[in-house]
Design a protein around this ligand. Structure first.
Ligand SMILES: Cc1cc2nc3c(=O)[nH]c(=O)nc-3n(C[C@H](O)[C@H](O)[C@H](O)COP(=O)(O)OP(=O)(O)OC[C@H]3O[C@@H](n4cnc5c(N)ncnc54)[C@H](O)[C@@H]3O)c2cc1C
Length: 713
């Protein structure tokens, strides 16, 4: 074992790397950057307010706490967990077996109707399902394909006949199935898929065809090996008219696993992650299915080939159909949060035990999390994870209200889709950034598969792409924001729009005057103390975040007003010139949603210590966003340079204040060793540290520690 506890002196520290430069006379700025921030020793109770970990933990479980706890218990069982290093084939078979275990445990039927043995419990179903990610993301996604996509398509796009005929075998896994929407040529733009389903009046069948290579179905879970049926999305053609994309129940394989006549396919093979799922390709040549296999909730074809739909607009019909499948986005949002929380629990626990360099003592090395840089890397991510967990629970409640019929107007559904398209991108991107940062924060240990971070990072990579590519989803959000905005100004002139922000600001008087004061003039060089007090104010944070969204949307809408008068090509070019900014505006809107959800969550906290610490965490999130977008606030005159500086200075103080609470904050996520399953977060590092320190302490005490060479010079 390397002697790291007692060897260095101030002199030789000069010759070592920059991390120990705190011992070198430094400018105040350098000192602040390199010297560890004094903090209680790892495990010591912080002075001042304390978090009630149990009650915060309960709040974080959200609106379905019992179901979530039951799911976590299941996830803690080794039979459902990933075995690192399995071959692709072994992993695929293991995950299929795990799906059967879930069926046997009655763990997957909650969302299905009572009439077929389910519970009609949509929110509870997702709460349980998203927890599976910590057993193995492949298990989460393969169950998602089977019950959340294949089964849910039959449930939401089909009618009673389909429920009775197909759902029981889907629920029991007697029929493993694929959700065949994407084609090699079209993923984000589903409306343009090439597969056709042409009605044949003579036989009363639909004939499914793949007209060209780009129209092969691709990336489909369960398609390569296990799927014996699929819900296939195709352009419905009858009497020579294309009625757009509809879904069809199509048997794929016989009892021996061979493709049925007219069907072919390929295995997608090894992927960058999620290798417990058999993704594959499918193509169809003259494959006939009965007329009744059209999942006809939103469009049906009579025996004579006449098409009918309760929704007359083809565009609205298409989006309504897709909207029923929003649950995938809900569960990816929740699963991404679980992965971020687990990553932070691992990295913070390790960071509280691992020691490296002895900048402030001759004998004691510093705990990693006492370094400012380490705190700056992990604590803002912790704050964002908290915001996302609160936002997710509100999202889940909304989802449940829509799907249970409690609040199911068109407006509710549109709001739900906008929330889904807002939150899923941010949380899945955040999970990747957090897993990577946690991985690096754990050094070489972080790179070992036994510590989970690299495996989770690889598996969650594609969460940003499937169930709607993140950038494409944010563009949908931006369009919704623009539509809402232009509805308000349908008959207004440009001047009225320009006045919008100002009026809105005034109308938001109850939010306080923070925005106007902060924005009123760039030359305002008020004292740091005063501006910090303002920034801490929740109304100021809300105003600043809201102002950014509104101003961006108002500006883009102003620029796009021209589009109505332009040709299609010029209009598209104008839109495209604003696309990047539009997506930024959607992102800003999503951040505001998260901040608001966090603030509402905070209002429900009753324990004073928890409330205080969580207020700091919320401020770290809110002000962290303002720091991140400081350029915008400066350019648009919302912050003076002096106040922008004070945001950063205050964030540094907040982080320092939060450091002693970091362990409590990750403990409140409620994941035990059976969920984290990372050796470095098991206490093993603490044991090693204690052993080494005891060894050197004993040597020092009995005078047997060899003296450093330089002490002889
Ligand atoms: C592991 C895995 C499992 C999957 N499982 C299934 C499944 O079971 N069933 C199923 O039907 N599908 C499945 N998919 C497909 C998945 O949903 C698609 O990959 C996804 O919708 C993106 O489509 P694409 O791959 O064609 O990418 P594209 O749509 O080609 O997008 C590529 C890039 O272009 C960008 N882009 C696209 N359009 C625009 C635009 N208008 N403006 C700006 N940028 C744009 C996107 O942001 C993206 O970065 C799976 C995919 C993977 C990788």
């Amino acid at each position: 074992m390397v002697d790291t506890a007692s060897r260095s002196t101030k002199n030789d520290a000069k010759n070592r790397d920059a991390t120990t430069d705190a011992t070198v006379p430094a400018t105040p700025a350098r000192e602040a950057a390199a010297a560890p921030i004094p903090a209680p020793p790892a495990g010591a109770r912080p002075a001042g307010p304390r978090i009630d970990v149990a009650s915060l933990g309960h709040q974080l479980l959200g609106s379905w706490p019992e179901i979530r706890l039951e799911a976590r218990k299941r996830v803690g069982s080794p039979e459902l967990q990933r075995i690192e290093g399995q071959s692709m084939d072994e992993h695929r078979e293991r995950v299929l077996g795990q799906l059967k275990i879930l069926v046997d445990q009655g763990a997957v039927h909650r969302a299905f109707p009572k009439s077929v043995g389910g519970h009609d419990d949509h929110g509870g179903n997702i709460a349980a399902f998203e927890e599976l990610v910590l057993a193995d993301p492949s298990l989460q996604i393969k169950s998602g394909v089977q019950w959340g996509l294949f089964g849910a398509a039959v449930l939401h796009l089909g009618t009673e006949y389909h429920h009775e005929t197909f759902l029981p075998a889907i629920m029991s896994l007697e029929v493993p199935g694929a959700f065949a929407m994407t084609e090699t040529g079209h993923g984000s733009d589903v409306a343009s898929i090439g597969t056709t389903a042409t009605y044949d009046e003579a036989t009363q069948e639909f004939v499914i065809d793949t007209p060209f290579r780009g129209a092969w179905k691709d990336y489909l879970g369960n398609a390569a090996v296990h799927g014996t049926a699929a819900v296939v999305f195709a352009q419905l053609v009858t009497k020579g008219v294309n009625h757009g994309v509809h879904a069809f129940y199509v048997p794929l394989r016989d009892a021996d696993g061979a493709f049925l006549e007219g069907i072919g396919g390929e295995d997608d093979g090894l992927k960058g992650g999620l290798n417990g799922i058999d993704n594959g390709r499918l193509h169809f040549t003259g494959v006939r299915v009965p007329r009744v296999n059209l999942l006809n909730r939103y469009g049906s074809v009579a025996e004579d080939g006449t098409y009918a739909s309760p929704i007359s607009s083809p565009g609205r019909r298409f989006f309504t159909m897709l909207g029923t499948l929003v649950q995938g986005r809900v569960s990816l949002d929740g699963a991404a949060n679980a992965a971020s929380a687990a990553a932070l629990a691992i990295a913070v626990t390790y960071g509280n035990q691992r020691r490296q360099f002895n900048a402030a003592s001759e004998t004691d090395e510093e705990v990693l999390l006492d370094y400012q840089r380490h705190q700056r890397r992990l604590l803002p991510k912790l704050a964002t994870t908290y915001a996302q967990i609160f936002a997710h629970d509100e999202f889940l409640v909304k989802f449940d209200a829509v799907f249970s019929g409690k609040a199911d107007t068109d407006g509710d559904r549109q709001d739900l889709e906008t929330i889904a398209a807002s939150l899923k991108p941010l949380s899945t991107w955040h999970a990747l950034e957090t897993l990577q940062e946690a991985r690096e924060a754990c050094g070489g240990s972080g790179f070992l598969a036994e510590n989970r971070l690299v495996g989770l990072r690889a598996d969650l990579d594609v969460y940003v792409t499937f169930e709607g590519d993140n950038n494409v989803l944010l563009q949908l959000v931006a369009k919704r924001l623009l539509t809402d905005y232009s509805k308000q100004f349908a008959k207004a002139d440009v001047g009225a729009m320009a006045r919008y922000v100002v009026t809105e600001t005034a109308e938001r008087a109850y939010h306080g005057t923070g925005l106007r004061r902060l924005g009123q003039n760039i030359a305002d060089l008020g004292s740091t103390a005063r501006s910090v007090a303002e920034l801490r104010d929740a109304d100021t944070q809300r105003s600043m975040l809201t102002d950014r969204v509104e101003t961006m949307i108002a500006e883009i809408a102003g620029r796009l007003r021209e589009a109505r008068k332009l040709s299609k090509i010029e209009g598209a070019a104008l839109f495209n010139r604003n696309q990047n900014e539009l997506i930024e505006a959607a992102r800003a809107h999503a951040e505001l949603l998260q901040w608001e959800a966090f603030t509402r969550g905070l209002a429900k906290v009753t324990d004073p210590g928890t409330k205080q610490v969580l207020t700091w965490v919320r401020d770290l999130f809110g002000l962290g966003l303002i720091e991140q977008h400081a350029a915008w606030y400066l350019i648009n005159g919302r912050l003076s340079p002096k106040r922008a500086q004070s945001v950063t200075a205050y964030l540094d103080r907040l982080i320092e204040r939060l450091r002693p609470h970091a362990q409590d904050l990750v403990d409140a996520f409620g994941y035990g060793p059976e969920h984290l399953r990372a050796k470095i977060a098991s206490g093993a590092e603490q044991e090693r540290q204690d052993e080494a320190r005891a060894y050197y302490a004993a040597k020092r005490a009995d005078g047997t520690l060899p003296v450093p060479e330089k002490s002889k010079k």
